[in-house]
Structure formats: structure tokens, C-alpha cells
Design a protein around this ligand. Structure first.
Ligand code: AMP
Length: 191
């Protein structure tokens, strides 16, 4: 099973990705987590991207693609994966298409979590207090939303046209949203 999960920052992608990945026994791969780990570990990559992430911009495709391709070569991806937060640009869609084609793989579905933006901002500010993420102040959050609409909204259309998009209401309790996602996936691809 090969899945993508998309949605504006703060829509709960990471939380849902972890649960869904576990349910299907596939790794949930988050580019955001990989980047944050690189920053914490002060690797070369981390040093190059920390400013970009703190400002709420996108890491350049060239760096992002390198990280994803490398991760998809690891052993645990053989049975499938769920990509959380990738692709985010049309360039990344193209690169992912190529990568899939090279291995004779196809995507099974693209989950799009929808959310009310003001509620998102409130939720992210709360999360900032709890987790202390450096990209969770109000200015950065607004910037991340703007970048998302500009760069990532067009991807929804691409996947809708391909008949892969599953739009799921991301508002409500985590378990409710999980149930919605699993129901939508089961209807699409069978349990
Ligand atoms: P996330 O945890 O998915 O919200 O990602 C946190 C931050 O990492 C984003 O705001 C971007 O700065 C960066 N990032 C994550 N995934 C990507 C991607 N696919 N392309 C570019 N930047 C990314």
C-alpha cells in the first residue's frame, strides 16, 4: 500500500499518519520530522535548512528529494509506505511520479485532510506551548499557511484528476478523524 497524506500545516497530518501507518503496517514517513531531526543533530542538512524551516518556507526541492529518495531505499519500505508532508510542490509530484515508475509502483490513494484555518492557527499556537516547535509562532504559522496555499493547493487538483484524492474532514477528535480516514480508505481500496 502506497499512500500520501496532505493538508494544511496544523491539520493533524502527522498524528493521523502515525496511526494509519500502524494500522496498515507501513512506515509513516514525514519529511518534516526528518528535517527537524537533522536540525536537532546539527547535520550539514540541518544547518542548511534551519532558517528556512524557522521562517515557515519550503526546503528546496533538490534537498527534499534527496532525503525522500534515500528514505525510500530503506528496508522497511518494501511493503509500502505513507508519505506525510511530501510532495508539497508540483516539482516534487513529478519527481515522485518518476521514482514510482522506476520501481513499477503506483499510488493507492491520496488523503487530503481539510480544516478550518482559524481553528488551525489556534491549535498550532497551543501545540507551540506544549512542544516548543520553533516554527509555531503566529507569524510563521500564517506564512506556512500562505506558502501551503500557493505551492501545495495545486497538487490537490492533480490528484483529484487522477481519481486518487480522498477528502476527509480533519476537524474533531483525533479518533473521529482516524475513523473517517480508515472508512474512506476501506471504501476505496478494501480493508
Ligand atoms: P511538517 O512537519 O510536515 O509541517 O513540515 C515542517 C516544515 O518542514 C515545513 O514547514 C517546511 O519548511 C519543511 N518541509 C517538510 N516537508 C517538506 C517538503 N515536502 N518540501 C519542502 N519543505 C518541506
Amino acid at each position: 500500500m502506497r499512500l500520501l497524506i496532505m493538508g494544511p500545516p496544523g491539520a493533524g497530518k502527522g498524528t493521523q499518519a502515525a496511526v494509519i501507518g500502524e494500522y496498515y503496517g507501513i512506515p509513516a514517513i514525514s519529511t518534516g520530522n526528518i528535517f527537524r531531526l537533522a536540525i536537532t543533530n546539527r547535520t550539514d542538512l540541518g544547518e542548511r535548512i534551519k532558517r528556512i524551516i524557522a521562517d515557515g518556507g519550503y526546503v528546496p526541492d533538490s534537498l527534499t528529494l534527496k532525503v525522500v529518495v534515500q528514505r525510500l531505499e530503506e528496508e522497511d519500505t518494501k511493503g509500502g509506505w505513507l508519505l506525510d508532508g511530501f510532495p508539497r510542490t508540483l516539482g516534487q509530484v513529478k519527481a515522485l511520479d518518476k521514482e514510482l515508475e522506476a520501481h513499477g509502483f503506483t499510488l493507492d490513494a491520496v488523503i487530503s485532510l481539510t480544516a478550518d484555518e482559524e481553528a488551525i492557527v489556534r491549535r498550532m499556537l497551543k501545540r507551540a506551548e506544549i512542544e516548543g516547535r520553533p516554527d509555531d509562532n503566529e507569524e510563521t504559522i500564517r506564512n506556512r499557511l500562505e506558502v501551503y496555499h500557493e505551492q501545495t493547493d495545486p497538487l490537490l487538483e492533480v490528484y483529484r484528476e487522477r481519481g486518487l484524492l480522498l477528502e476527509v474532514d480533519g476537524m474533531g477528535e483525533v479518533s473521529e478523524v482516524t475513523q473517517r480516514v480508515l472508512t474512506a480508505l476501506a471504501q476505496r481500496i478494501g480493508d
